[in-house]
Design a protein around this ligand. Structure first.
Ligand SMILES: Cc1cc2nc3c(=O)[nH]c(=O)nc-3n(C[C@H](O)[C@H](O)[C@H](O)COP(=O)(O)O)c2cc1C
Length: 382
Protein backbone atom coordinates (compact mmCIF):
# COMPACT_ATOMS: atom_id res chain seq x y z
CA UNK A 1 0.00 0.00 0.00
CA UNK A 2 1.45 3.39 -0.97
CA UNK A 3 2.06 5.87 1.85
CA UNK A 4 -0.53 8.35 0.62
CA UNK A 5 -0.74 9.35 4.25
CA UNK A 6 2.00 11.92 3.62
CA UNK A 7 -0.69 14.05 2.02
CA UNK A 8 -2.44 14.35 5.39
CA UNK A 9 -1.74 17.77 6.88
CA UNK A 10 -3.49 17.09 10.15
CA UNK A 11 -4.95 14.21 12.13
CA UNK A 12 -8.44 14.92 10.84
CA UNK A 13 -7.16 14.24 7.29
CA UNK A 14 -5.86 10.86 8.49
CA UNK A 15 -9.23 10.09 10.05
CA UNK A 16 -10.95 10.85 6.73
CA UNK A 17 -8.49 8.62 4.86
CA UNK A 18 -9.22 5.77 7.28
CA UNK A 19 -12.95 6.39 6.88
CA UNK A 20 -12.63 6.00 3.09
CA UNK A 21 -10.44 2.90 3.25
CA UNK A 22 -12.39 0.94 5.85
CA UNK A 23 -15.81 -0.70 5.59
CA UNK A 24 -18.24 1.42 7.64
CA UNK A 25 -18.67 -1.10 10.50
CA UNK A 26 -14.89 -1.49 10.90
CA UNK A 27 -14.43 2.28 10.99
CA UNK A 28 -17.21 2.48 13.61
CA UNK A 29 -15.40 -0.12 15.73
CA UNK A 30 -12.62 2.44 16.24
CA UNK A 31 -14.48 5.73 16.05
CA UNK A 32 -17.45 4.81 18.20
CA UNK A 33 -18.11 5.30 21.89
CA UNK A 34 -20.71 4.13 24.40
CA UNK A 35 -24.44 5.01 24.42
CA UNK A 36 -24.93 8.52 23.01
CA UNK A 37 -21.16 9.09 22.78
CA UNK A 38 -21.41 12.22 24.95
CA UNK A 39 -18.16 11.44 26.78
CA UNK A 40 -16.31 10.56 23.58
CA UNK A 41 -17.23 13.95 22.09
CA UNK A 42 -16.62 15.81 25.39
CA UNK A 43 -13.06 14.52 25.55
CA UNK A 44 -12.19 16.51 22.44
CA UNK A 45 -14.45 19.47 23.16
CA UNK A 46 -12.95 20.09 26.62
CA UNK A 47 -9.67 21.22 25.07
CA UNK A 48 -11.34 24.06 23.20
CA UNK A 49 -12.39 25.64 26.51
CA UNK A 50 -8.86 26.96 26.90
CA UNK A 51 -6.72 29.52 25.15
CA UNK A 52 -2.94 29.54 25.39
CA UNK A 53 -0.89 32.48 26.65
CA UNK A 54 1.93 33.65 24.40
CA UNK A 55 5.19 35.16 25.53
CA UNK A 56 6.88 37.52 23.12
CA UNK A 57 10.39 36.79 24.41
CA UNK A 58 11.76 33.24 24.39
CA UNK A 59 14.40 32.09 26.86
CA UNK A 60 15.83 29.54 24.43
CA UNK A 61 17.47 29.36 21.04
CA UNK A 62 16.52 27.16 18.09
CA UNK A 63 13.96 24.37 18.28
CA UNK A 64 12.15 23.90 21.58
CA UNK A 65 13.12 20.92 23.73
CA UNK A 66 10.13 18.56 23.90
CA UNK A 67 11.72 15.92 26.13
CA UNK A 68 10.26 14.76 29.44
CA UNK A 69 11.45 12.24 32.04
CA UNK A 70 9.09 9.57 33.37
CA UNK A 71 10.25 7.12 36.03
CA UNK A 72 13.85 8.21 35.45
CA UNK A 73 13.61 7.44 31.71
CA UNK A 74 13.94 10.21 29.13
CA UNK A 75 11.26 10.40 26.43
CA UNK A 76 12.00 12.57 23.41
CA UNK A 77 8.46 13.99 23.60
CA UNK A 78 5.54 13.72 26.01
CA UNK A 79 3.17 11.65 23.86
CA UNK A 80 2.88 7.86 23.99
CA UNK A 81 0.77 5.45 21.96
CA UNK A 82 -2.10 4.10 24.09
CA UNK A 83 -3.02 0.40 24.25
CA UNK A 84 -5.73 -0.49 21.75
CA UNK A 85 -7.16 -3.87 20.88
CA UNK A 86 -8.38 -3.24 17.32
CA UNK A 87 -5.22 -3.03 15.23
CA UNK A 88 -5.60 -6.42 13.57
CA UNK A 89 -8.80 -5.45 11.80
CA UNK A 90 -7.22 -2.26 10.46
CA UNK A 91 -3.98 -3.49 8.88
CA UNK A 92 -2.34 -6.86 8.37
CA UNK A 93 0.78 -5.83 10.33
CA UNK A 94 -1.37 -4.65 13.25
CA UNK A 95 0.56 -3.97 16.48
CA UNK A 96 3.85 -4.85 14.83
CA UNK A 97 3.45 -1.84 12.50
CA UNK A 98 2.54 0.32 15.51
CA UNK A 99 5.59 -0.82 17.49
CA UNK A 100 7.88 -0.26 14.47
CA UNK A 101 6.51 3.25 13.96
CA UNK A 102 6.94 4.00 17.68
CA UNK A 103 10.54 2.81 17.46
CA UNK A 104 11.37 4.80 14.33
CA UNK A 105 9.82 7.98 15.76
CA UNK A 106 11.29 7.66 19.29
CA UNK A 107 7.83 7.42 20.79
CA UNK A 108 6.82 5.34 23.79
CA UNK A 109 4.38 2.49 23.19
CA UNK A 110 1.96 0.87 25.59
CA UNK A 111 1.27 -2.56 24.11
CA UNK A 112 -2.06 -4.07 25.14
CA UNK A 113 -2.52 -7.72 26.05
CA UNK A 114 -5.55 -7.85 23.74
CA UNK A 115 -3.41 -8.09 20.64
CA UNK A 116 -2.79 -10.29 17.64
CA UNK A 117 0.96 -10.26 18.24
CA UNK A 118 2.73 -11.85 21.18
CA UNK A 119 4.81 -9.63 23.43
CA UNK A 120 8.03 -11.33 22.33
CA UNK A 121 7.49 -10.13 18.73
CA UNK A 122 6.73 -6.59 19.90
CA UNK A 123 9.68 -6.34 22.28
CA UNK A 124 12.03 -7.56 19.51
CA UNK A 125 11.19 -4.29 17.70
CA UNK A 126 12.49 -2.41 20.79
CA UNK A 127 10.10 0.51 21.12
CA UNK A 128 11.53 2.82 23.73
CA UNK A 129 10.04 2.69 26.24
CA UNK A 130 7.82 -0.38 25.93
CA UNK A 131 5.10 -0.58 28.55
CA UNK A 132 2.54 -3.38 28.84
CA UNK A 133 -1.15 -2.87 29.54
CA UNK A 134 -3.03 -5.75 31.12
CA UNK A 135 -6.48 -6.53 32.34
CA UNK A 136 -6.66 -8.38 35.62
CA UNK A 137 -8.54 -11.55 36.43
CA UNK A 138 -9.11 -13.59 39.53
CA UNK A 139 -6.75 -16.21 38.08
CA UNK A 140 -3.51 -15.38 39.93
CA UNK A 141 -1.45 -17.87 37.91
CA UNK A 142 -2.49 -16.18 34.69
CA UNK A 143 -1.60 -12.71 36.01
CA UNK A 144 1.72 -13.99 37.36
CA UNK A 145 2.50 -15.45 33.91
CA UNK A 146 1.90 -12.06 32.25
CA UNK A 147 4.17 -10.39 34.82
CA UNK A 148 6.86 -12.98 34.12
CA UNK A 149 6.55 -12.35 30.37
CA UNK A 150 6.85 -8.61 30.96
CA UNK A 151 10.04 -9.19 32.95
CA UNK A 152 11.47 -11.48 30.26
CA UNK A 153 10.68 -8.94 27.52
CA UNK A 154 12.26 -5.91 29.26
CA UNK A 155 8.96 -4.12 29.69
CA UNK A 156 9.63 -0.91 31.62
CA UNK A 157 6.22 -0.34 33.20
CA UNK A 158 2.96 -2.19 33.72
CA UNK A 159 -0.37 -0.49 33.14
CA UNK A 160 -3.46 -2.01 34.77
CA UNK A 161 -6.74 -0.95 33.19
CA UNK A 162 -9.53 -0.68 35.76
CA UNK A 163 -12.42 0.85 33.82
CA UNK A 164 -13.73 -2.35 32.24
CA UNK A 165 -15.75 -4.26 34.88
CA UNK A 166 -18.10 -5.00 31.96
CA UNK A 167 -17.84 -4.03 28.31
CA UNK A 168 -19.47 -0.65 27.57
CA UNK A 169 -22.63 -0.33 25.52
CA UNK A 170 -21.14 0.37 22.09
CA UNK A 171 -24.28 0.64 20.03
CA UNK A 172 -22.59 1.09 16.66
CA UNK A 173 -20.92 -2.30 17.13
CA UNK A 174 -24.13 -3.94 18.31
CA UNK A 175 -25.99 -2.67 15.25
CA UNK A 176 -23.30 -4.14 12.99
CA UNK A 177 -23.16 -7.40 14.93
CA UNK A 178 -19.52 -6.74 15.79
CA UNK A 179 -19.98 -7.92 19.33
CA UNK A 180 -18.19 -10.60 21.31
CA UNK A 181 -18.88 -13.29 20.18
CA UNK A 182 -19.18 -11.88 16.67
CA UNK A 183 -22.44 -12.12 14.75
CA UNK A 184 -21.97 -9.79 11.78
CA UNK A 185 -25.20 -8.78 10.08
CA UNK A 186 -25.73 -9.44 6.36
CA UNK A 187 -25.29 -5.69 5.76
CA UNK A 188 -21.98 -5.69 7.62
CA UNK A 189 -20.74 -8.60 5.52
CA UNK A 190 -21.88 -6.82 2.34
CA UNK A 191 -20.05 -3.64 3.37
CA UNK A 192 -16.86 -5.62 4.01
CA UNK A 193 -17.15 -7.38 0.65
CA UNK A 194 -17.58 -3.97 -1.01
CA UNK A 195 -14.07 -3.05 0.25
CA UNK A 196 -11.96 -5.74 -1.46
CA UNK A 197 -8.64 -3.99 -0.76
CA UNK A 198 -9.37 -3.97 2.94
CA UNK A 199 -10.74 -7.53 2.73
CA UNK A 200 -7.65 -8.87 1.01
CA UNK A 201 -5.38 -7.17 3.53
CA UNK A 202 -7.50 -8.52 6.41
CA UNK A 203 -7.30 -12.07 5.07
CA UNK A 204 -3.53 -11.78 4.63
CA UNK A 205 -3.20 -10.68 8.23
CA UNK A 206 -5.60 -13.13 9.78
CA UNK A 207 -5.53 -16.38 7.85
CA UNK A 208 -2.84 -18.87 8.84
CA UNK A 209 0.00 -18.63 6.29
CA UNK A 210 2.04 -20.94 8.40
CA UNK A 211 1.09 -22.84 11.46
CA UNK A 212 0.40 -21.46 14.03
CA UNK A 213 -0.09 -17.97 12.50
CA UNK A 214 3.62 -16.98 12.72
CA UNK A 215 3.25 -16.80 16.49
CA UNK A 216 0.20 -14.55 16.18
CA UNK A 217 -3.00 -15.45 17.96
CA UNK A 218 -6.05 -16.42 15.93
CA UNK A 219 -8.93 -13.93 15.64
CA UNK A 220 -10.95 -16.32 17.81
CA UNK A 221 -8.48 -16.25 20.66
CA UNK A 222 -8.44 -12.42 20.44
CA UNK A 223 -12.22 -12.61 20.90
CA UNK A 224 -11.71 -14.77 23.96
CA UNK A 225 -9.15 -12.24 25.28
CA UNK A 226 -11.71 -9.44 24.91
CA UNK A 227 -14.35 -11.47 26.75
CA UNK A 228 -11.95 -12.23 29.58
CA UNK A 229 -10.84 -8.59 29.88
CA UNK A 230 -14.15 -7.61 31.51
CA UNK A 231 -13.41 -7.86 35.23
CA UNK A 232 -14.20 -5.63 38.23
CA UNK A 233 -10.74 -4.97 39.67
CA UNK A 234 -10.45 -5.17 43.47
CA UNK A 235 -7.79 -3.60 45.61
CA UNK A 236 -6.27 -6.97 46.47
CA UNK A 237 -5.77 -7.63 42.73
CA UNK A 238 -3.69 -4.48 42.49
CA UNK A 239 -1.76 -5.36 45.64
CA UNK A 240 -1.00 -8.78 44.12
CA UNK A 241 0.57 -7.11 41.09
CA UNK A 242 2.53 -4.72 43.30
CA UNK A 243 3.91 -7.61 45.32
CA UNK A 244 5.05 -9.41 42.16
CA UNK A 245 6.30 -6.57 39.94
CA UNK A 246 9.31 -4.42 40.86
CA UNK A 247 9.05 -1.86 38.05
CA UNK A 248 6.77 1.17 37.72
CA UNK A 249 3.06 0.36 38.01
CA UNK A 250 0.34 2.58 36.59
CA UNK A 251 -3.43 2.38 36.95
CA UNK A 252 -5.41 3.39 33.85
CA UNK A 253 -8.98 4.62 34.11
CA UNK A 254 -8.80 7.02 37.05
CA UNK A 255 -11.22 9.98 36.97
CA UNK A 256 -11.21 11.41 40.50
CA UNK A 257 -8.86 12.29 43.33
CA UNK A 258 -10.13 9.65 45.74
CA UNK A 259 -9.41 6.78 43.33
CA UNK A 260 -5.97 8.24 42.67
CA UNK A 261 -5.20 8.11 46.41
CA UNK A 262 -6.51 4.54 46.68
CA UNK A 263 -4.39 3.41 43.70
CA UNK A 264 -1.27 5.05 45.10
CA UNK A 265 -2.04 3.58 48.52
CA UNK A 266 -2.07 0.12 46.92
CA UNK A 267 1.38 0.77 45.48
CA UNK A 268 0.78 2.45 42.11
CA UNK A 269 3.54 4.78 40.93
CA UNK A 270 1.33 6.53 38.46
CA UNK A 271 -2.22 6.91 37.17
CA UNK A 272 -3.67 7.47 33.74
CA UNK A 273 -6.66 9.80 33.72
CA UNK A 274 -8.74 8.02 31.12
CA UNK A 275 -12.33 7.08 30.30
CA UNK A 276 -11.28 4.54 27.66
CA UNK A 277 -11.85 7.08 24.90
CA UNK A 278 -15.54 7.36 25.88
CA UNK A 279 -16.10 3.67 25.17
CA UNK A 280 -17.13 2.63 28.67
CA UNK A 281 -19.42 4.76 30.88
CA UNK A 282 -21.09 7.41 28.77
CA UNK A 283 -21.55 10.66 30.78
CA UNK A 284 -18.30 10.01 32.61
CA UNK A 285 -16.41 13.32 32.72
CA UNK A 286 -14.10 14.42 29.94
CA UNK A 287 -10.58 13.52 30.98
CA UNK A 288 -9.32 17.11 30.82
CA UNK A 289 -12.13 18.12 33.21
CA UNK A 290 -11.26 15.26 35.58
CA UNK A 291 -7.52 15.96 35.53
CA UNK A 292 -7.17 18.86 38.05
CA UNK A 293 -8.74 16.88 40.94
CA UNK A 294 -6.45 13.92 40.25
CA UNK A 295 -3.38 16.19 40.09
CA UNK A 296 -4.38 17.76 43.43
CA UNK A 297 -4.74 14.31 45.04
CA UNK A 298 -1.46 12.97 43.66
CA UNK A 299 1.73 13.43 45.65
CA UNK A 300 4.99 14.75 44.16
CA UNK A 301 6.26 11.30 43.18
CA UNK A 302 3.10 10.09 41.45
CA UNK A 303 3.17 10.32 37.66
CA UNK A 304 -0.12 11.58 36.22
CA UNK A 305 -0.85 10.89 32.55
CA UNK A 306 -3.96 11.67 30.51
CA UNK A 307 -5.58 10.28 27.38
CA UNK A 308 -8.76 11.00 25.47
CA UNK A 309 -9.47 13.52 22.72
CA UNK A 310 -5.92 14.71 22.01
CA UNK A 311 -5.96 15.70 18.32
CA UNK A 312 -3.63 18.72 18.17
CA UNK A 313 -0.21 19.71 19.46
CA UNK A 314 -1.96 22.51 21.32
CA UNK A 315 -4.12 19.89 23.11
CA UNK A 316 -0.91 18.33 24.43
CA UNK A 317 0.14 21.70 25.84
CA UNK A 318 -3.26 22.30 27.44
CA UNK A 319 -3.03 18.87 29.14
CA UNK A 320 0.52 19.49 30.41
CA UNK A 321 -0.38 22.99 31.60
CA UNK A 322 -3.31 21.42 33.50
CA UNK A 323 -0.90 19.17 35.37
CA UNK A 324 -0.37 16.04 33.25
CA UNK A 325 3.22 14.76 33.05
CA UNK A 326 2.60 13.35 29.57
CA UNK A 327 -0.32 12.16 27.42
CA UNK A 328 -1.33 9.20 25.26
CA UNK A 329 -3.25 8.97 22.00
CA UNK A 330 -5.39 6.10 20.75
CA UNK A 331 -7.58 6.71 17.70
CA UNK A 332 -5.19 9.12 15.92
CA UNK A 333 -2.57 6.43 15.37
CA UNK A 334 -5.21 3.75 14.64
CA UNK A 335 -6.52 5.95 11.81
CA UNK A 336 -2.94 6.30 10.56
CA UNK A 337 -2.55 2.51 10.71
CA UNK A 338 -5.76 1.98 8.74
CA UNK A 339 -4.77 4.56 6.15
CA UNK A 340 -1.20 3.40 5.56
CA UNK A 341 0.20 0.80 7.96
CA UNK A 342 3.49 1.70 9.66
CA UNK A 343 3.93 4.78 7.42
CA UNK A 344 0.48 5.97 8.46
CA UNK A 345 1.26 5.62 12.17
CA UNK A 346 4.52 7.50 11.58
CA UNK A 347 2.60 10.23 9.80
CA UNK A 348 0.22 10.56 12.77
CA UNK A 349 3.18 10.88 15.12
CA UNK A 350 4.99 13.38 12.86
CA UNK A 351 1.92 15.59 12.52
CA UNK A 352 1.32 15.78 16.27
CA UNK A 353 4.96 16.33 17.04
CA UNK A 354 5.41 19.10 14.47
CA UNK A 355 2.29 20.78 15.83
CA UNK A 356 3.62 20.57 19.37
CA UNK A 357 7.00 22.06 18.43
CA UNK A 358 5.42 24.81 16.39
CA UNK A 359 3.01 25.73 19.18
CA UNK A 360 5.86 25.82 21.72
CA UNK A 361 7.82 28.19 19.46
CA UNK A 362 4.78 30.37 18.93
CA UNK A 363 4.25 30.54 22.71
CA UNK A 364 7.89 31.45 23.36
CA UNK A 365 8.58 28.19 25.24
CA UNK A 366 12.12 26.81 25.20
CA UNK A 367 11.23 23.57 27.01
CA UNK A 368 8.35 21.80 28.70
CA UNK A 369 9.47 22.75 32.22
CA UNK A 370 8.10 26.18 31.39
CA UNK A 371 4.61 24.77 30.85
CA UNK A 372 2.45 25.52 33.87
CA UNK A 373 -1.10 26.70 34.66
CA UNK A 374 0.03 30.23 33.76
CA UNK A 375 0.04 29.12 30.11
CA UNK A 376 -3.73 28.67 30.21
CA UNK A 377 -6.39 31.28 29.71
CA UNK A 378 -9.96 30.02 30.27
CA UNK A 379 -12.14 30.85 27.29
CA UNK A 380 -14.32 33.87 28.03
CA UNK A 381 -17.93 32.66 27.92
CA UNK A 382 -20.33 35.04 26.26
C1 LIG B 1 -10.47 0.67 19.19
C2 LIG B 1 -9.97 0.90 20.58
C3 LIG B 1 -9.53 -0.17 21.34
C4 LIG B 1 -9.06 0.04 22.65
N1 LIG B 1 -8.57 -1.02 23.38
C5 LIG B 1 -8.07 -0.81 24.61
C6 LIG B 1 -7.48 -1.87 25.34
O1 LIG B 1 -7.39 -3.02 24.89
N2 LIG B 1 -7.00 -1.59 26.60
C7 LIG B 1 -7.07 -0.32 27.14
O2 LIG B 1 -6.62 -0.11 28.27
N3 LIG B 1 -7.60 0.70 26.45
C8 LIG B 1 -8.09 0.50 25.21
N4 LIG B 1 -8.59 1.55 24.50
C9 LIG B 1 -8.58 2.90 25.10
C10 LIG B 1 -7.27 3.62 24.75
O3 LIG B 1 -6.18 3.05 25.44
C11 LIG B 1 -7.33 5.12 25.14
O4 LIG B 1 -7.73 5.22 26.48
C12 LIG B 1 -8.27 5.94 24.25
O5 LIG B 1 -8.22 5.50 22.92
C13 LIG B 1 -7.86 7.41 24.31
O6 LIG B 1 -8.75 8.20 23.61
P1 LIG B 1 -8.49 8.72 22.10
O7 LIG B 1 -8.81 7.56 21.22
O8 LIG B 1 -9.47 9.83 21.97
O9 LIG B 1 -7.05 9.15 21.99
C14 LIG B 1 -9.07 1.36 23.20
C15 LIG B 1 -9.51 2.42 22.42
C16 LIG B 1 -9.95 2.23 21.12
C17 LIG B 1 -10.40 3.41 20.31
Amino acid sequence: MSPTTNRAVNLEDLRRMARRRLPGPIYDLVAGGADDEVTRADNQRAFSDYRLATRAFSKGEGSPDTSVTLFGHRLSWPVMLAPTGAARVLHRDAELAVARAARSRETGYVHGVVSGHPLTQISAVEPDPLWLQLYLSSDRDEVAAVIQQATDCDVRALVVTVDLPVIGNRERDRRHGLTVPMRPTAKTVAQCVAHPRWGFDFLRGNLPQSSPLDGRSSPFSTQRQILRSAYPVRLEDLEFIRANWDGPLLVKGILNGEDCKVAVGAGADGVIVSNHGGRQLDRAPATLDALPAVVRAADERTVVLLDGGIRRGTDVLVALASGADAVLVGRPYLYGLAAGGQAGVERAIDILRMELERAMSLMGLADLDEVDPGCLIPRPRG
